[in-house]
Design a protein around this ligand. Sequence first.
Ligand code: CP
Length: 305
Amino acid sequence: MRHDHLITSKQLSRADIETVLDHAAEIDADRSAVADKYSDRLLGLLFFEPSTRTKLSFETAMKRLGGDVIDMGSVDSSSVTKGESLADTIRVIEGYADALVLRHPKQGAATMASEFVDVPLVNAGDGAGHHPTQTMLDLYTIRENAGLDDLTIGIMGDLKYGRTVHSLAYALTKFDAQQHFISPDSLALPREVVYDLHQEGASIREHDGLEEVLPSLDVLYVTRIQRERFPDENEYQKVAGEYQIGPDSLSSASDDLTIMHPLPRVDEIAPEVDDTEYAAYFEQAHNGVPVRMALLDLLLGDSDD
Ligand code: CP
């Protein structure tokens, strides 16, 4: 796989995805071959929105490759507060680093930023748009637990604003997957995403309840209601607390069901589920390190590697 920038999972072929997942599995089994590979390289972290997993797993990944990171820090401590544009900020930091990771609240920000830089830029989440590296670790976790072909997956919660959902849904069109989307009407998948999925020949269905599909699922991917994206707090309150998963709601699930969540969670999955065989969400978060090591190796490596 060689791409200058990673902005959306739409740009990835099945072969690209499998290259990343296979390389991540190699690194997961033995990371000694890449431990010092990038000792002279720096990764620039630009997070205009909060993050725990994405930021820290990119930092861990780069350091485990022998490299280091420079971090813009919080927006409040940067010159963004003086009115500096994203285009200027990114052009400056490009001169300090060998690759950039950008998270921004505005959908499309990563696409725009990528037009100003020559070093590889990775979209770490652009508003309600995309989060392709989350998708890579999601696919890695699905492949480890359920396999990626002949897969029946339920994707539940905030499908409107949930960028991890959009990226995952597009990527799953490259595999033999039946996708069931479960949400209240007000948080259904954007119609343009549904249209695109149909155009890609995806097998999809939409539901307003989990009960009818739960017994058929190999994977249940639960998401947080993205409170920060609602233009009106009253609208958030109408759907807050819907679609919670607890031990009682799983009585009709297959014994082999895998429950995933990109995290952070609020109250979508009860803590009692954490100790069941279903729960894979902490494993999923940990998979962020080998997957991002693999991605960075493929983005930073020489083309003849
Ligand atoms: N899943 C995810 O993107 O988590 P963070 O917001 O903590 O990075």
